[in-house]
Design a binder for this molecule. Sequence first.
Ligand code: FBP
Length: 265
Amino acid sequence: MYPLTDEALARDGKVLILAMDHGLEHGPTDFEAVPETLDPETVFEAATHDAVTAMAVQKGVAETYYPSYEDDVNLLAKLNGTSNLWMGEPYSPQNWSVEYAAEIGADAVGYTVYPGSNREPEMFEEFRDAQESARDHDLPVVMWSYARGQGLKNDTKDEVIAYASRIGLELGADVAKVKYPGSKEGMEWAVDAAGDTKVVMSGGSKVDDYQFLESVEAVIDAGGAGLAVGRNVWQRENPERILDALEKVIFEEQSAEDALSEVES
Ligand code: FBP
């Protein structure tokens, strides 16, 4: 396990990853809420906020835009990813190698697995290769652990989320990124199940400030390390304001209410 005290992915053991791989995963419609975000530089600018410990992007975006931000932003190379146009069984092909990510300046790598998919065995094997190669390059590994597949009726049930975070530990991830199970108790189970693997919540689609910050507060109270978030930051007209509030909730352990009233004053 990679010691996640500081630097690459964490600050004081806490994590705030700004994810922007949505152009691949969801398509450009995700950028319609704030049209300027279609330009990756807009989101890289947001990632220069002190609260952001790393930014997750795909290869093409990293190659083109990261050189201008390498002094201010830590790069989390999201190695695999699939488009929304793919209608088959959940599967996420690897789009760049760990070696190439390291060459571009990655500080960490990220990898999606879909436990429960009929293609789970393939994905586990591919994750194995990426994880071992990341170890060779001394890069921490974040697993996007999203249980998904024909047999799964509810992918945010407590036991499914705890299983997903545990799979992060079992397969050697340093951080497991899981969906929010809907309660602090559910998240506690996920954190306990993951042992020394840190658990972060996946942001999800945009909700109002209080609802979003309240879920982040519950994750921190449950012992989670923080958050990996996209839409709930850059689909806001003022991403800096919500990042200010997230800094207070994640790193200063303030309540959602206090953090919001401070950023409003
Ligand atoms: P959000 O905070 O916008 O949900 O982003 C987190 C993330 O994991 C992204 O990295 C990824 O593009 C997206 O969610 C995938 O979401 P889903 O698979 O649920 O469509």
